[in-house]
Design a binder for this molecule. Structure first.
Ligand code: MRU
Length: 369
């Protein structure tokens, strides 16, 4: 998508064999890029959230494997890089998916061919992500267009989103924001309510920044405002992303998504979740029971980062010294609260049958498991 009018992606291969990323911890105040040259650097970028968002975590892990193979293409190095990267963050299943994709390709190859093959496949994973997101945008746009037509084109369509599921969370386009960008490009007026998304403020810092760069009208709200807006008819639909969707359609996403889905249900507001197929974990059904929820440093709750009047940045403390804080990074929204899923193959119900209607090749495999 565009930054200051110029197209940019979140991750790219440098001509000299390094991997370039945007350091998202510095946004929205500074746009800086970082070079990754080792699998350790890729693992650090994921763990410290220089890159984040389920699809981008997967793409970074794939490039991390490629960096590992360039240094040492042995089985031992392959196993070590897989373990290192897999241990970075637990909830987004795209991480495991990408590492397994790379392992399945590389293991049977002679060592001399692994580095080139790994580099090629990492590039393909990144390109595929862009294509999947663009397709989700095309399908999800219909939901926005339907509201626009229903309202006789009298006012912008009001969409609420949580966290950052835009192009910064993927390689390009985004998941939840892809339909919004597609509608915007088709000339459908859209206004986005952006949940700030405490504690790391991915909405206030990242979603607002990318919508601003791309010229999409939006308003940042505190996380607890969505229910109020829905009660007053100010939200036509919610669209969020997901870090892991079970075979039954339960979705894990950034903490607070579940409460937004409850408010949407109470107010009859459609609640849609956008996901590329690598985000589906076909091995589990019950998300509340089986999706591992990341717990992060409580310091993210007790402190907040921001820009000072002199242009510098600082972290300041919000919570009394001595108060305990807990930092659950994700929650699970059960399928019964999800109006529908937006995938690269189209829209479906958030259910086993809904997902299988779009991914019929899984029916045989699921039965055989
Ligand atoms: O902790 P983050 O910033 O990696 O969390 C990101 C999200 O929760 C996104 O909504 C999610 O990855 C889904 S879509 C890209």
């Amino acid at each position: 998508m565009k930054v200051a009018g110029k197209p940019m992606r979140t991750i790219w291969a440098e001509p000299d064999g390094a991997v370039g990323i945007i350091d998202q911890t510095l946004l929205p105040h500074q746009l800086a890029t970082v070079r990754l040259e080792t699998p350790e650097a890729a693992a650090h970028a994921i763990r410290a959230m220089l890159v984040r968002g389920a699809p981008l975590i997967g793409a970074t892990a794939a490039y991390g494997m490629a960096l590992a193979m360039r240094r040492d293409a042995s089985d031992t190095a392959l196993d070590a890089a897989s373990a290192l990267l897999l241990a970075t963050r637990p909830t987004a299943v795209n991480l495991r998916w990408a590492i397994e994709e790379m392992g399945t390709l590389l293991r049977p190859l002679p060592q001399g061919e692994r580095a080139a093959a790994a580099w090629r496949r990492a590039g393909e994973i990144a390109e595929e992500d862009v294509a999947l997101n663009r397709a989700m945008g095309r399908h999800g746009r219909k939901l926005i267009e339907a509201v626009w037509l229903r309202e006789a084109k009298r006012r912008p369509v009001e969409v609420l989103t949580h966290c950052n599921a835009g192009w910064l969370a993927t390689v390009d386009w985004g998941t939840a924001l892809a339909p919004i960008y597609a509608a915007h490009e088709a000339g459908i007026p859209v206004h986005v309510w952006v949940d700030e998304t405490r504690p790391r403020n991915q909405g206030a810092s990242l979603t607002a920044w990318e919508l601003l760069q791309h010229g999409v009208p939006h308003t940042v709200i505190v996380d607890n405002a969505g229910g109020h807006l829905m009660q007053h008819g100010r939200v036509d639909l919610c669209i969020t992303g997901t870090d892991r969707t079970t075979a039954a359609g339960d979705v894990a996403n950034k903490i607070g998504t579940y409460l937004k889905a409850l408010a949407a249900k109470d107010n009859g507001v459609p609640f849609h979740v956008a996901l590329p197929s690598p985000t589906i974990d076909w091995s589990i059904e019950d998300g509340v029971r089986d999706i591992p929820i990341e717990e992060r440093d409580p310091g993210e709750v007790t402190e907040i980062a921001g820009r000072l009047p002199d242009g510098g940045t600082a972290r300041v403390r919000l919570v009394p010294e001595g108060s305990a804080a807990a930092n659950y990074a994700f929650d699970v929204t059960p399928a019964r609260l999800v109006t529908g899923l937006i995938t690269e193959r189209g829209l479906c119900a958030a259910s086993r049958e809904g997902l299988l209607s779009l991914f019929p090749e899984r029916r045989a495999r699921l039965a055989g498991e």
